[in-house]
Each structure stands twice: as structure tokens, then as C-alpha cells.
Design a protein around this ligand. Structure first.
Ligand SMILES: Nc1ncnc2c1ncn2[C@@H]1O[C@H](COP(=O)(O)OP(=O)(O)OP(=O)(O)O)[C@@H](O)[C@H]1O
Ligand SMILES: [Mg+2]
Length: 243
């Protein structure tokens, strides 16, 4: 029997000829919420892109295993088909009509158009985004909310959320918190990159990993979030070195 989960094993990654991630290990089981925290430029988005298979991010060592099978040689769309989803930190502007993508994703999971409209309303977006180009001139919050709709319509088994909370208003943060709870209840494995502890208002993460300088320097439970909020990363770094 293969053990279910998204496993990142001894992962080292190079971007533009520079080593960014070093020996990263992670294991996200279905229904678990893992938080990745870390200072700017520490490699968090690099990890997200690498798991999803972005061609610019070169794996120089290690493996990424999805439900017992290596996905390293699979292109992003194949990883998506196997149940992986990535909500971008900065979603790219596209020339695709939002309606086209939403209906494509919904069809794969037998989700009706009426249901799409309901999701759009529930998430606090206006229906007119359907007739706009995806992410073009969307406000910061609209982009983030739209990423959530894409995630719901994709029904992923493992989802990576790269700072879903950045630039989102107070209601949006609460909404994300409720989403995390629902994802856990539906047995989805969640890897959330965040700087904001408030997204865990409704539910605590099962684990927190602190990424500094491309390495995971500290791991533990929600208590780490408080430690970061109160003392910052430099303090944590010193603490980790002493250990
Ligand atoms: N495509 C790229 N080309 C060149 N350098 C890159 C590329 N992608 C990432 N980097 C570099 O890799 C480092 C890590 O970037 P990354 O985006 O992973 O950081 P991050 O932890 O997500 O930061 P933030 O909290 O600011 O989002 C940075 O120094 C960044 O400039
Ligand atoms: Mg980032």
C-alpha cells in the first residue's frame, strides 16, 4: 500500500544558475495543513513553483513524490491532473476570458454553471469578471479571490496557497480561514505560505516550517507563529543555530 501524501525529499533547486533551495524536506498528508513561513526572498515561492513543475526552477537534487510516485518528470498540467493545485502569489495577467477558464475547470468536475455563479457570489466577486480577461486589471483582492474560485472548481487533493492573504481585506482573511477549515474537512492536503497568523483564526496548522535562506531552519506547531510575530526571523535564526 502506498502512503498517501505530498512528499518533498532532500530538495535542492537552482534558479537562473543560483542555488535557492537546499535540502528541503516536507510531508503533507491528506487533511493536514502545513504553513511555510519565512522572510522575503527565502525561497517560499520557489518551493511552490518547483512542486508545481515550473520549467525555470531546476531540481538539482532530491525528489517530489505524490501518493507514492515521483512527479519530477511530469509537466505542470500532468501534476494538476493528478490533483495538485497552486494558487499564485502574483497571478499572471492572461488573454483568457475568466468564463472560459472557470467553465473548463468546472466541466472536469461536473460542476454546473449555476454553481459557478454561486461561488462567485459567495466569495464576494461580481459576475462581470466572467467577461473580463483573467487577472487583467483585477484588483489585488479580486485576483486572490479568483484564485480561490479556480481552486474550488479544480477540486484538488493537495493545494499550495502562496500568500493567499497578501493584499486581502479583513473579510477576505476570515474567508481564507474558513476555507482552510473546509479543505481540512474534505481531506485536502494544504501547504500555505503566509506571513499572517490571522489566517489560522478558525483552524490551527498541523505544522509550521520556517524557511530561511533556502533551508528549513525550524519546525513545530502554531507556537512558532507567535514566536515569529513577537521576535522576528533574525531571533529565530539565532535560536535555530544554537539548537
Ligand atoms: N525566475 C527567477 N529568476 C531569478 N531569480 C529568481 C527567480 N525566481 C526567484 N528568484 C530569486 O530567488 C530568491 C527566492 O525567491 P522567492 O520568490 O522564492 O522568495 P519568497 O520566499 O517567495 O519571497 P516573498 O516573501 O518576497 O514572496 C530571490 O532572491 C529571488 O530573487
Ligand atoms: Mg513569494
Amino acid at each position: 500500500m502506498t502512503l498517501k501524501g505530498l512528499l518533498v525529499k532532500d530538495l535542492s533547486v537552482e534558479v537562473a544558475g543560483k542555488l535557492i533551495l537546499r535540502d528541503v524536506n516536507l510531508e503533507v498528508r491528506p487533511g493536514e495543513i502545513h504553513a511555510i513561513m519565512g522572510p522575503n526572498a527565502s525561497g517560499k515561492s520557489t518551493l511552490a513553483y518547483t512542486i508545481m513543475g515550473h520549467p525555470l526552477y531546476k531540481v538539482v537534487n532530491g525528489d517530489i513524490i505524490l501518493d507514492g510516485e515521483s512527479i519530477l518528470n511530469l509537466p505542470p498540467e500532468e501534476r494538476f491532473k493528478r490533483g495538485l493545485f497552486l494558487a499564485f502569489q502574483v497571478p499572471p495577467e492572461t488573454m483568457v476570458k475568466t468564463r472560459t477558464l472557470y467553465t473548463y475547470l468546472a466541466k472536469r468536475n461536473n460542476i454546473s454553471f449555476t454553481k459557478i455563479l454561486q461561488y462567485i457570489r459567495d466569495i464576494g466577486l461580481s459576475e462581470d469578471i466572467l467577461d473580463r480577461f483573467l487577472n487583467k486589471n483585477f484588483s489585488g483582492g479580486e485576483m486572490k479571490r479568483s484564485e480561490f474560485i479556480q481552486m474550488i472548481l479544480s477540486s484538488p487533493r493537495y493545494t499550495i496557497l502562496d500568500e493567499p492573504d497578501s493584499g486581502v481585506d479583513a473579510d477576505g482573511i476570515l474567508m481564507i480561514s474558513r476555507f482552510l477549515k473546509q479543505l481540512k474537512e474534505r481531506d485536502v492536503g494544504v501547504l500555505i505560505i503566509t506571513h499572517i497568523g490571522r489566517v489560522f483564526k478558525e483552524i490551527n496548522p498541523d505544522a509550521v516550517h520556517v524557511l530561511i535562506g533556502g533551508r528549513i531552519l525550524m519546525e513545530g506547531g502554531p507556537e512558532i507563529i507567535k514566536l515569529i510575530d513577537e521576535n522576528g526571523y533574525e531571533y529565530l535564526q539565532k535560536l535555530a543555530v544554537k539548537r
